[in-house]
Design a protein around this ligand. Sequence first.
Ligand code: PHE
Length: 454
Amino acid sequence: MGKNGGNLSNDNFGSKFGAMAALAGSAVGLGNMWKFPYMAGENGGSAFIIIYLICILLTGIPVMLAEFIIGRGGGKNVYGSFTALAPHKHWGAFSIVTVITAGAILSFYGTVSGWLLQYIFYSLTDLFKGVDAEGVNVIFENFTSHPYHPILWQVAFMALVAVIIAFGVRKGIEFSSKFLMPLLLVILVVMVIRALTLNSDSVEGLKFLLKPDFSSVTMKTFIMAMAQAFFSMSVGMGVLITYASYMRREVKLFKMSINVAVADTVISILAGFAIIPATFAFGMQPDVGPSLIFLTLPQIFAQMPLGQMWSFLFFVLLAIAALTSAVSLLEVVVAFVAQEWKMTRLSATIICTIVISALGVLSTLSFGPLKDVSLFGMNFFSFFDYLSSNILLPLGGFLISIFIGYIIKRSIVKRELSNDGELKLRGMGFYMVMMRYIVPVAIFLVLLYSIGLL
Ligand code: PHE
């Protein structure tokens, strides 16, 4: 037992670097590589980036820190940590929102990640060679609307995630992140250099990304930036609580939150530097939304020297990013099921993977046989995406901020932030004011906006 309340010592992160790699692995995902570049492209370039940075400082980092405090303070899965720290049991029940959010996100995350695996395979067989816009469209449409091919790839991806989780915290999550995250960074930097040196128009892409265009900024931009900040940093769905429960006492929580935020933001911006200039270099539009990576980029690779290799590397990069994020999502659910329902890690992993994959099949099929099924005017895929990113995530963040601001004992916050009194505490009063008044209000506004009340 010990201070971490029940975690076996071999099921904790072995080192600070390992913890950092796992957290960065969770944070860096499709949100950085896929959503961020097109969002910046559509919403005024660096105007969006500036607003995004403000959201990270004002809400992202404070809530991340709150999750660290809850996780390491409680030492258990989301539900266990909330019940351990709260005076009333019903807080544990509220926290289940985050477990559901993690499962819901993973369900549609598996769909897109499966596509990535298929695209790695397409690159290996040089399928995009000499293909024009029309051809790329046909490849995408035929694949995503196929009645079972995308399901096979989705299941393959989920199986990979499950294997890592089954190996446990240190041998599975930490080990794979320590190896995959540096690899991801190297590939990304190589891609940025390639994109910026394609031709003289590449630089135009860079200018486009860096030139602030405040004319396209609206209230909606702020809301989107904040939802994106949460999603990208993996805030609001219990991932950080779960991972923090595996962190040792000597990890400095505030410093760790800054490190993760910086790493995540730098990688988003690098992804923008890789993708937007490449689209400019080939005279394409960067603001086409989600289809950017599956429709626009393959056309670009088709025209590039050594395109097959670049395309392969690019989709491997995305698959790595997706894998380490998906691992963290599954861990939230598995930790909950294993600890609360007293199951072994292996059985919990198998059961959770099957249930979440089955749910994910609905999203996968919403590009094919279930195309016309709509929930609140959206297909399954968009529904799960909207529900989790725009409603459940902010709701989770709201509950977490209220919990830290009003419910938990201050002495616990102090203990966790100061590492049992070893670190000098500065700014704790300020932090509490943020968590009581600023963060919950900001998140609440996002929620109201998302459900159409604002
Ligand atoms: N942060 C991940 C990304 O940017 C997504 C994610 C969200 C992962 C929530 C885990 C938890 O893609």
